[in-house]
Design a protein around this ligand. Structure first.
Ligand code: AMP
Ligand code: MN
Ligand code: MN
Ligand code: MN
Length: 285
């Protein structure tokens, strides 16, 4: 029997239900091949891949956790919140996700207009078809469309030349508030976790304030070991996790074998002085 700390746990992954390139069942197969013991599927603003993932994991040794990654607004910027072990059929959650998806479609139209203004041909139809028409259209689908049309060499290139703040295809967007999203996750009986905290361009004081508000809303954890963190970031958020008594999470943020920094199950391990959030998942059963 392995002890909790040694399990290979990946609590942040994407599938074709959002901007990943593998289907939920392909992702489950890959996770098993990589020796993952516990896998959460956390697609952006969508639970449409979860039923397939659960079915693929049935009868295997892999524990599959229904999850989500929701885009939120706090302090004028976008913060991603992962919800773990959610009741994915919760009706309030599903209604809210439909609204966010509508907003994503409207943003996609605005991104497209911004790109046209910058001299590009319309990318909307191709981006929509790459997204698979599942309601969740995002910047990655535009990036893949632009690579396919030979406008840029790779997805990273599209982001840095067109899709990040200050570039011609970037548009502002209003996501639901951090407070509302934490409530939604709690309502669906999930554990709210701040995703990749090192990625936000917040000063030390604002980051502290954000964590304190997150806790007051009912947030319980942060990602410490994630595909988006350097080893120095892991050390920094290890200390923050201890300071706030957060449960610590680990996840690759895997999207695609060719686009992601870490493959599923291959993110750095959690520092062993932390309380892994999967201890809570075990207790919940
Ligand atoms: P969206 O939610 O549609 O705004 O897209 C955000 C997604 O874009 C993230 O979840 C990543 O998958 C991807 N992404 C963000 N920044 C970059 C980047 N600099 N290079 C490549 N992909 C990125
Ligand atoms: Mn993504
Ligand atoms: Mn994210
Ligand atoms: Mn993610």
């Amino acid at each position: 029997m392995q002890i909790l700390q040694d399990l290979n746990v990946d609590l942040h992954t994407h599938s074709t239900a959002s901007d990943g390139s593998l289907s939920p069942s392909q992702l489950v197969v890959r996770a098993i091949e990589h020796g993952v013991n516990i896998l959460a599927l956390t697609d952006h603003d969508s639970v449409s891949g979860i039923a397939e993932g659960l079915e693929a994991a049935q009868g295997t040794d892999l524990t599959f956790i229904p999850g989500i990654e929701i885009s939120t607004m706090w302090g004028g910027g976008c913060i991603h919140v992962v919800g773990l072990d959610i009741q994915f059929n919760n009706s309030k959650l599903k209604d809210a996700l439909l609204e966010i998806q509508k907003g994503r479609f409207q943003r996609a139209e605005r991104i497209n207009l911004a790109l046209i203004k910058a001299g590009l041909p319309s990318m909307l139809e191709l981006a929509l078809s790459i997204s698979g028409g599942k309601g969740q259209i995002g910047r990655v689908h535009f990036a893949r469309a632009m690579v396919q049309e030979n406008i840029c060499e790779d997805v990273r290139d599209v982001f840095s030349s067109y899709l990040v703040k200050g570039k011609p295809g970037y548009v502002e967007h209003y996501w639901p508030s951090l407070k509302n999203v934490v409530s939604l996750i709690l309502e669906a009986d999930g554990l709210p976790v701040i995703a990749h905290p090192a990625r936000y361009k917040l000063s030390y004081n604002l980051l502290t304030y954000m964590f304190e508000e997150f806790i007051s809303f009912g947030g319980v954890g942060i990602e410490v070991a994630t595909g988006s963190h350097s080893l120095a970031d892991i050390e920094r958020f290890k200390n923050i996790s201890i300071k706030y008594d957060f449960k610590a999470s680990r996840g690759s943020d895997f999207h695609s074998p060719s686009e992601s920094r870490y493959d599923v199950g291959r993110a750095p391990y959690l520092p062993d002085c932390l309380l892994p959030i999967w201890a809570s998942l075990e207790v919940r059963g």
